[in-house]
Design a binder for this molecule. Structure first.
Ligand code: AMP
Length: 195
């Protein structure tokens, strides 16, 4: 199965993508995680994206499309994947369709997690507190200022993807405000996976 997960920052994309990927035994491709690993490794890619990520802005389409193209071409992604954090722009969505077309493949679903934007700051602060408490690194963009920019980028660049996928009859809208397990169940049901 090939699924993309859409939703604003803090909607739970990563959590749901991890569960789906485990259940289906296919890789979770998280562009945010890929970029954070590059930043931690201080690779050329990491150095070029670090500042824009920290500010909550979007990395360029060209870079992101190249990263995802390369990752999707690997053998483990041939039978399917869960994409989390990509696409974030119409250009990325179109590029993904072209990459899949070339493999004679297509997306099975675009799952949009719908959340109450007013509660996102509290969620993001909770995520930072949890990371701190368990001794993990706190994301450098999990703060009020970067969140504001990330939300703006979501509204401007990513929200239009709902219509793009609705026009392809691939959009599945899920209420992301419920308990994590309930959201997982709703996604499984909507994409036809037995729980
Ligand atoms: P995420 O972990 O998905 O919230 O991504 C963290 C940050 O990585 C974003 O705020 C962007 O700066 C960058 N990023 C991740 N995925 C993309 C993408 N598909 N396009 C542009 N920037 C991205």
């Amino acid at each position: 199965m090939r699924i993309v997960i859409l939703g604003p920052p803090g909607a739970g994309k990563g959590t749901q993508a991890t569960t789906l990927a485990r259940r289906l035994n296919i890789p979770q491709l998280s562009t945010g995680n890929m970029l954070r690993a590059a930043v931690d490794a201080q690779s050329p890619l990491g150095q070029s994206v670090s500042a824009v990520m920290q500010s909550g802005g979007l990395v360029s389409d060209d870079l992101m499309i190249e990263c995802v193209h390369e990752r999707i071409a690997r053998a483990d992604a041939r039978k399917g994947f869960i994409l989390d954090g990509f696409p974030r722009t119409l250009a990325q969505a179109r590029a993904l369709d072209n990459i899949l077309d070339a493999q004679q493949a297509s997306l099975d679903a675009a799952v949009e997690l719908r959340v109450d934007v007013d509660q996102l700051l509290a969620r993001i602060e909770g995520r930072a507190d949890q990371a701190r408490a368990s001794g993990e690194q706190v994301r450098s963009d999990d703060n009020a200022q970067a969140l504001k920019r990330r939300l703006m980028e979501y509204e401007d660049s990513t929200a239009p993807l709902s219509e793009y996928y609705a026009n392809q009859n691939r959009l599945v809208r899920i209420d992301g405000m419920r308990e994590v397990e309930e959201v997982t169940c709703a996604i499984f049901g909507a994409v036809g996976i037995a729980t």
